[in-house]
Write a protein that binds this ligand. Structure first.
Ligand code: HEC
Length: 204
């Protein structure tokens, strides 16, 4: 009996060991990702969000300069999705913008993003600061960072005092269910959501 138990113990430990050796790389990668400090993830998340914002912002500025906000809407509607998709490929991660009051239904938040956005809004309503959220799931890390509304955004996201009738018309045409209106400068507009794959930080 004892012999059998020992044999089973030996067998299973060697099976485990062989499994381990096969999975060593994967397991190491996973641990490394999990061990990445929140501050590193936040720094990287902010860097990518800022970089994307800069590209999108400069395209938008150029379009508005030559064709006004109407031309800007075309940039936002045709370029924003393409840009976030191609940046996702370049950085090997998933990148999206979301909001509780979204303009494009494709940017609607999932249930966990919604909870984060609602919590931030509650914090801000109570006069408290907010900070990015980091969640870890099976080796993947998701960064969710706030997007505040700036003065230059109100021509397309502000109240009727700032959004001209022709812009309103164009927005309605493109986005019949648009919720992203009536924002004021400094309001929480939404969030960047960046999901880093398992090997992202270890391959850097
Ligand atoms: C020229 C008009 C215009 C300006 C200016 C503009 N936006 Fe937008 N914004 C849009 C359009 C159009 C969309 C929908 C894009 C899409 O289809 O993905 C959008 C979408 C977004 C989204 C994605 C969530 C959603 O509602 O679908 C965020 C976040 C956002 N804008 C933030 C900003 C911020 C912050 C600024 C200023 C720095 C800004 N926007 C300036 C037109 C504009």
């Amino acid at each position: 009996m004892i012999k059998n138990i020992l044999a089973i113990a030996f067998l299973s430990s060697s099976i485990l060991m062989s499994c381990n050796s096969n999975d060593t790389k994967k397991a190491d990668v996973k641990t490394e990702t999990i061990n990445v400090a929140d501050s590193t993830v936040i720094k990287e998340g902010k860097k990518i969000a800022m970089g994307t914002f800069k590209i999108l912002g400069s395209k938008l500025k150029m379009a508005i300069k030559s064709g006004g906000p109407i031309a800007g809407i075309d940039v936002c509607s045709s370029e924003a999705m393409k840009l976030t998709d191609s940046l996702s490929n370049i950085y090997n991660l998933t990148l999206k913008r979301t909001s509780l009051k979204y303009r494009n239904e494709e940017n609607a938040p999932n249930s966990s993003e919604k909870i984060i956005l609602e919590n931030w809004q509650t914090q801000l309503d109570g006069g408290n600061p907010i900070k990015p959220s980091i969640t870890r799931n099976d080796g993947e890390i998701t960064f969710v960072g706030p997007i505040k509304l700036k003065q230059q955004c109100i021509v397309c996201h502000g109240s009727d005092d700032f959004v001209t009738p022709d812009v309103r018309l164009k927005l309605k045409e493109h986005y019949p269910t648009d919720l992203a209106r009536d924002y004021k400068e400094g309001d929480l507009r939404g969030a960047w959501v960046i999901t880093f794959p398992k090997d992202y930080f270890s391959s850097k």
